[in-house]
Ligand binder design. Structure first.
Ligand code: ARG
Length: 588
């Protein structure tokens, strides 16, 4: 369905031409003076130069040519040459009616459906999920959902850090504690036990203990490095331990991500890329992309236009070990082979930017991906505490995500319990939903690249630009619709009516922007645009709600018109929060 702003541009194009001017000047935008008009066109100013005429004369000609346009109620030429537009209320009502008939509320499926891999989450196995992984999960999930809504084929991959030194540490520590395990017996040829020799609780303790111990003890560290090396070279016993670590951790990670409403299509990781490394290295050497530099194998990726030094992409260390870029390149080889993606989007801390510049350039230069494959890195800023420093627990440690979430839920529950009229179980469920909205909206409403302050008290507030405020608005609409339904009528049967008040018109115009906002949010991969939109939409709704008697309206057609408007507002809000990755309760 055409965007409202494009329909208007079409009208203006015809008017420019009718008045004898080029239609390239006819672009319409949202008004930046909502007190004066709803949409505007500034093209007369640009046209003035080309036609050597005063802009106001051109604007006047165009306004005259717009006479009789069905979309427009009022149009003015204003000095020095603005064209200010107020839309026809019937036209807006019929636009909403068409929008309401469409499953995706006016968002068109793209002509070319892309295959998109979204690489997000990025948790490191055996290390507990902490707040540093929160942003990747929250932003990535939303980007995945937005791309899906628009109509692309999207594959979300958690891309676990499952192949590093932490594995060697765990193997070493476990050996110290349980040397009798068959994994350490080089002569053992039987089947290894199916059950893991540790629980998730133990695993979470083993890793930090080993990591701290290795920092103090050189020989222990050597052993852990050696264990990592052996694992990476196929040691049978260590591979079996690795599988146990994976099973136990992944089950726990699924639970944690699940609590965040974050779901991955693929649970792949760095380990899955390893089999592709040897051939890839061979290829890079053979084709002359990679060369040896002080024993290491590197690919030059600097470009003439660089304003700062971009160091070569390291493929192998001088001891032959693969590195972070190697794994990401090999993962691209794998993705190319399995999915042929048109676009791969990575969501990580922005401090990894250089890494991705190197990897992307290397992948393109060495033709690991096709020329048209779009590689994109979304780098996010730091989540800070109220003191402006990276968010920590009260005693200065790294906050575990689990605790952070239960903290929010508890605070939310207290708030809901204050004026609780529902059963405790329902209040707990509601607190979870609203708490998640508080957390996610608090993050997503900021431009991803910016740092932000994690302010729990602000995030859980029912007022202001918060998740709970949005949910509260939806719940309010749900409750009115439910009461309307009690009278035996359905919202589906209600006809849109032209707005008779300023607040109704404003709400209708806001709702009608949906397709344009989603398109923009997708193009820029910017969930914060959806947040800004639903905040505006909620404000428009609440203004309308406070000024309008809805259920007590006596004229049934008018009442039905209100209900139709409420119903589409709810659909739009719900579609948006679904793209942000949370949902509204029935009551709160
Ligand atoms: N595991 C990495 C980390 O914790 C993030 C992985 C991001 N994805 C990627 N393909 N490099 O920093």
């Amino acid at each position: 369905m055409k965007k409202l702003v494009d329909l208007l541009t079409g009208e203006l194009e015809a008017a420019f031409e009718k008045a004898g001017y080029d239609s390239q000047y006819a672009r319409v935008t949202l008004s930046n003076r909502p007190d004066l008009c709803e949409y505007q066109c500034n093209g007369a100013m640009a046209a003035a130069k080309a036609y050597k005429k005063a802009p106001i004369m051109i604007a006047n000609d165009v306004v005259a040519a717009l006479e009789g346009s069905p979309c427009i109620e009022k149009v003015d030429a204003v000095n020095p040459g603005f064209i200010n537009i107020i839309l026809d209320a019937d036209f807006v009502a019929s636009y909403l009616k068409h929008m309401n008939e469409e499953e995706k509320l006016g968002v068109d499926t793209p002509e070319k459906v892309k295959t998109v891999v979204v690489d997000y989450g990025g948790a490191n196995v055996a290390k507990p999920l902490h707040v540093g992984h929160l942003r990747s999960a929250v932003i990535g999930e939303s980007i995945k959902r937005i791309s899906k809504y628009v109509g692309h084929k999207v594959i979300g991959d958690v891309h676990l850090g499952d192949w590093g030194y932490q594995m060697g540490l765990i193997i070493t520590e476990l050996k110290k504690r349980k040397p009798e395990l068959p994994y350490y017996d080089e002569s053992f040829e039987g089947e290894y036990p199916e059950e893991a020799p540790f629980t998730i609780g133990e695993l979470e303790e083993i890793y930090p203990t080993a990591s701290a111990y290795a920092k103090e003890h050189e020989d222990y560290k050597e052993e852990a490095l050696q264990a990592t090396y052996l694992l990476q070279n196929g040691h049978r016993g260590y591979t079996a331990i690795w599988k146990h670590i994976m099973n136990v951790s992944v089950a726990d990670l699924k639970k944690n991500y699940g609590a965040l409403n974050v779901e991955f299509d693929l649970w792949k990781g760095e380990a899955d890329a390893q089999p592709y490394i040897p051939d890839m290295v061979e290829y890079l050497k053979k084709e002359g992309y990679a060369y040896e530099d002080q024993g290491a194998l590197v690919v030059d990726v600097k470009e003439e236009t660089d304003t700062k030094e971009i160091p070569p992409c390291m493929i192998l260390k001088s001891d032959g070990a693969a590195l972070y870029p190697t794994t990401d390149l090999a993962t691209l080889v794998e993705r190319e082979k399995l999915y042929e993606p048109d676009q791969v989007i990575y969501i990580t801390d922005k401090r990894q930017e250089l890494h991705f510049v190197q990897v992307f350039r290397c992948a393109k230069k060495a033709k690991i991906v096709r020329g048209e494959t779009e590689l994109k890195h979304i780098g996010f800023g730091t989540m800070n505490g109220k003191d402006g420093k990276p968010f920590k627990t009260r005693d200065g440690g790294v906050m575990r995500l689990e605790y952070l979430i239960s903290d929010i839920n508890e605070k939310m529950y207290e708030k809901i319990a204050e004026n609780r009229t529902v059963e405790e179980a329902e209040a707990k469920q509601t607190a979870k939903k609203v708490g998640l909205a508080a957390l996610k909206y608090g993050d997503l409403s900021n431009q991803a690249a910016k740092d932000y302050v994690f302010d729990i008290d602000r995030f859980i507030s029912f007022e202001g630009n918060t998740g709970p405020y949005i949910l509260y608005t939806i719940v309010r609409i749900k409750s009115i619709l439910a009461k309307y339904a009690e009278t035996g009528k359905t919202a589906e049967a209600c006809e849109f009516m032209k707005a008779e008040s300023a607040s109704a018109k404003a709400l209708m115009l806001e709702a009608a922007k949906f397709n344009s906002v989603i398109e923009g949010a997708y193009e820029e991969l910017a969930p914060h645009k959806i947040c800004a939109y639903i905040y505006d939409l909620s404000n428009a709704f609440n203004r309308f709600y406070h000024e309008t008697k809805i259920l007590s309206e006596e004229n049934e057609d008018r009442k039905a018109g209100f209900i139709a408007l409420l119903s589409i507002t709810k659909r739009v809000l719900e579609a948006c929060i679904d793209m942000l990755g949370f949902e509204a309760p029935e009551r709160m």
